[in-house]
Design a protein around this ligand. Structure first.
Ligand code: HAM
Length: 420
């Protein structure tokens, strides 16, 4: 009997060789600046109590109202695959009592997230984010640092064609003042029931409505940025001034609406020019009331989530992934069984020195092994036969142009250091 092939669920992103090496490089590069800034790993469950997201992320959001993977476990509990990372971090911080220790709590995370969106290029139902959260400090300098860390992540990939948009959603006082006028304005619009319901929970969400008639209608709406309290305005000014001093360019976008309801104060998005509709490569902001509504104390926080899949697409679009960037430095071809153990120990030695070293296994003839070396993309090749071992010398062949040089086996490490 012939079994039918099983396919991956629709819309998930997955990475095998050779793309997985680039994916891994993007993911690790994006989060490296956070580690250098003292952020520590937080490894969290992939599923959580559904209430964490409905309460934390907000009922008015698409994420909660349309995109959650929610299921009942065998004990009848409602669980949801995490659509984002911030709510889980807050839950864990409260639950473990970290909020009662040294502040700020600075953590990073990396992993898969799940949203039942309509799949398209750059938009997946399982996707990958790296993120950070800095909890318990209300200081515009940390806002600037968080933005700078994200920016450094993108820069370290070599990306150039992206922009940073920032705004401030103000404090409670700012939002309350704005809300009055915004609701008054919205009441003058002719809205369908679903939109009215969304506006009642979070009127800011109407700025995010993609329908042309709604965008036209909202063009005249009062902007939160004009309603900032003195403290919020001062904070926002400070954040901008720090960014200026850091040489980070940004555009203020007073109409920015993040897809999650917990944001307050400084909010930001990184947008890549080369990705079409799914151009958001990262975003974040302050969420000063989140911990409290999740049952914790009233600590403020700020963080970001960067889309690893989209950053990888951006890297491809900008051509910053170099050919053979991820392939081995050296490919060793042992000739015959005698030389296999020699190849194994030589490879082990070289790997200890950090050289990516592969061996041609099996009993292929030299021609076949050379082909395998070529296919592997390895930068250099040596053949290890009886005569090479007897003379203690190998021919180090550069694969890009076939140039060879004689190198003593014990000096291979030095030769490779000079060559790579
Ligand atoms: P977010 O803007 O919803 O923020 O997601 C962050 C990034 O994840 C987006 O900019 C995008 O690159 C990527 N992303 C989101 N959805 C998808 C998808 N369906 N397919 C591919 N990539 C996607 C958050 O999640 C917040 N938790 C960020 C944050 C942390 N705010 C404060 N702290």
């Amino acid at each position: 009997m012939k079994y039918e092939m099983i396919q991956a669920p629709k819309g998930v992103s997955e990475y095998g060789p050779p793309m997985s090496a680039a994916f891994e490089w993007v993911r690790e590069s994006l989060i490296a600046p956070a580690k250098l800034a003292g952020y520590q790993l937080m490894e969290l469950p992939v599923f959580e109590d559904t209430a964490l997201f409905s309460r934390g992320v907000g009922e008015s959001t698409d994420v909660v109202s349309k995109e959650m993977y929610t299921f009942e476990d065998r004990g009848g509990r409602s669980l949801t695959l995490r659509p984002e990372g911030t709510a889980g971090v807050m839950r864990a911080v409260i639950e473990s009592g970290l909020d009662r220790g040294q502040l700020p709590i600075k953590v990073w995370y990396s992993g898969a997230f799940f949203r039942a969106e309509r799949p398209q290029a750059g938009r997946y139902r399982q996707f990958y984010q790296v993120g950070i959260e800095a909890i318990g400090l209300d200081d515009p300098a940390i806002d600037a640092e968080v933005i700078a860390i994200a920016d450094q992540g993108f820069k370290s990939l070599g990306l150039r064609n992206y922009r940073l948009e920032i705004t401030s959603l103000g404090d409670n006082e700012s939002r309350a003042a704005h809300r009055v006028d915004l609701l008054r304005f919205i009441a003058t619009l002719d809205l369908d029931e679903a939109t009215k319901a969304r506006a009642a929970i979070n009127p800011l969400r109407l700025f995010d409505d993609k329908r042309i008639e709604m965008q036209k209608a909202m063009a005249q709406a009062p902007l939160l940025l004009d309603y900032l309290s003195q403290k919020s305005a001062e904070n926002f000014k400070q954040v901008k001034s720090y960014l200026d001093q850091l040489g980070i360019t940004y555009q203020v976008n007073p109409r920015m609406v993040r897809g999650l309801d917990y944001y307050t104060g400084t909010t930001f998005e990184f947008i890549h020019e080369g990705l079409g509709a799914q151009s958001g490569i990262g975003g974040g902001g302050r969420y000063d009331g989140l911990m409290e509504i999740l049952g914790g104390q009233g600590l403020s926080g700020i963080g970001f989530g960067l889309g690893v899949d989209r950053a990888l697409l951006a890297a491809q679009a900008e051509g910053v992934l170099l050919e053979n960037q991820f392939s081995s430095d050296l490919f060793i071809i042992p000739l015959g069984d005698n030389q296999k153990s020699r190849a194994l120990s030589l490879a082990a030695q070289l790997r200890l020195c950090g050289f990516r070293t592969e061996i041609a296994f099996g009993n292929r003839a030299l021609k076949g092994a050379m082909k395998a070396a070529d296919k592997s993309g390895s930068r250099y090749v040596i053949v290890l036969g009886d005569s090479e071992v007897a003379s203690g010398t190998v021919e180090l062949k550069r694969m890009s142009d076939g140039f060879t040089s004689s190198v003593k086996i014990e000096e291979l490490q030095k030769a490779l250091t000079g060559a790579l």
